[in-house]
Design a protein around this ligand. Structure first.
Ligand SMILES: *Cc1c(COP(=O)(O)O)cnc(C)c1O
Length: 440
């Protein structure tokens, strides 16, 4: 294969105009298994979070009302649908991870799961607990604190993963180091420093911050690096969302089957969070769920990563002349996780791209119609239903998948991935920008 920039897709991406790409490998039988991961691994991650529920409740009083579970609501978006998607048949809903407690974003389940894995392992090795059925409140004991304080947990982040890892690591008593890439917002750094986390600021992009963070951590035997580009522990924590969503759909009596397809639109950065959710949903709902990722026009790294023959070595967005120039800090990633791209190779339905103007317009519309406030990254999925039902390519997808007869029964789920901790004055600026006419 030649260079991506020489292909029609590469040329289209390089213009910075929004596009929809459909994955030709969807539901393809794989020659070799790219992943050993199964539904049972997701259940184990869920069990781990449940074992730690009492512990989490002690550390974070905001979890008392949910008995220590970090979960978000499944919401109807009736006003948003009536006002802004009048042609859409089926039901528009929101998975409200913008309000996930403790971390304030979709990073909560994955990040907290990975840190708990590490803490649990250390506690078992050092005899703090004797097994999975022991009392996990022992992780708060003086012995445990002495142990954890000798160990470091490090991560690289554009902001939200750092918040998730930093907050839980510091709360458990670990030394915590967060390497922030250039796009990280000041208030996210301050929030971590206020909790005793060491924040190292990099003037380079996310992939470079990951490389630097990984190298520094690997040089210290007492440091554990949460590797966003290669982490089954993060990925499985994210995938737990699928089990929780399945339960919520049952409670709200919303079927998902051949006659009731589920379309999910998820903002995507390096690929881990949406990839984990996609993987989980496919394990739970098989062919009846259709996952689409949303990336900024300036940072479609997973779209590019999915084109690679050797998925483990994806190209960067710079190779098609883009610059990661976006206000969506959570999605500002130049190079995808090759590992995630290979795992979701035959599970992902497609990817569409969005301009920053659309992000702000959509977060403003959501606030006006539903009273829900989210950060720009979290609004990336909102053009999904229109791409799918209102364009020729989207129609092609529905035809290929033989879905047209069932669209009046469809559920369209917008995954809102962050926003809880955005300071009021920042939020006001976001809303103002969304209320203006586009600048270009
Ligand atoms: C991190 C993040 C995403 C995407 O997750 P990735 O694992 O980077 O693909 C989406 N939305 C928000 C708000 C995020 O912080």
């Amino acid at each position: 294969m030649g260079k991506l920039i020489d292909t029609p897709l590469g040329k289209a991406l390089s213009t910075g105009k929004p596009i929809l790409w459909l994955n030709p490998e969807l539901h393809a039988k794989k020659a070799c298994h790219n992943t050993e991961l199964t539904l049972s691994d997701i259940h184990q991650a869920d069990q781990r979070l449940r074992r730690c529920a009492a512990l989490l409740q002690q550390l974070f009083p905001e979890l008392i009302s949910s008995n220590g579970l970090i979960e978000s609501a499944l919401l109807s978006a009736t006003n948003l649908q009536q006002q802004h998607y009048p042609e859409l048949s089926g039901k528009l809903m929101i998975k409200g991870d913008h309000a996930l407690p403790v971390a304030g974003s979709v990073k909560a389940r994955g990040g907290i799961h990975e840190v708990l894995c590490h803490a649990e392992q250390l506690a078992l090795e050092h005899g703090i607990i004797s097994g999975y059925d022991d009392n996990y409140l022992k992780l708060l004991s003086a012995d445990a604190q002495a142990l954890f304080s000798r160990h470091e947990i490090a991560v690289s982040s554009t902001g939200n993963l750092g918040l998730s890892i930093g907050i839980i690591s510091a709360a458990l008593g670990f030394r915590s180091v967060v390497h922030m890439s250039v796009e990280a917002k000041q208030w996210k750094k301050q929030r971590l420093r206020d909790r005793g986390v060491t924040v190292i600021e990099h003037s380079d992009d996310y992939s470079a911050a990951v490389a630097a963070g990984r190298a520094a951590s690997n040089a210290d035997p007492d440091s554990y690096f949460v590797d966003d580009e290669n982490s089954p522990r993060l990925f499985l924590g994210y995938a737990v969302a699928a089990l929780r969503l399945q339960q919520q759909l049952i409670e709200q009596q919303i079927p998902v089957d051949a006659e009731h397809p589920l379309f999910v639109y998820i903002p995507c950065g390096v690929g881990g969070a949406p990839g984990g959710i996609n993987f989980g949903l496919k394990q739970v709902f098989g062919p009846h769920v259709h996952c689409f990722f949303a990336e900024p026009v300036e940072a479609p790294c997973v779209l590019i990563g999915m084109q690679a023959i050797d998925k483990e070595h994806p190209d960067s967005v710079y190779q098609v002349g883009l610059r990661v120039d976006t206000e969506a800090d959570g999605l500002a990633v130049s190079m995808a996780s090759g590992w995630v791209c290979s795992v979701i190779d035959n599970m992902l339905s497609g990817i569409f791209t969005v301009t920053d103007d659309e992000l702000f317009k959509n977060l403003f519309r959501l606030s006006q119609s539903e009273g829900i406030e989210i950060e720009p990254s979290a609004a990336a999925g909102f053009s999904g239903p229109t791409w799918l039902t209102g364009t020729e390519q989207g129609q092609n997808y529905l035809q290929q998948q033989r879905l047209n007869h069932a669209m009046h029964n469809a559920t369209h789920l917008l995954w809102t991935t962050g926003g809880l901790f955005v300071p009021a004055e920042e939020m006001q600026k976001f809303q103002q920008r969304g209320n203006q006419r586009p600048t270009r």
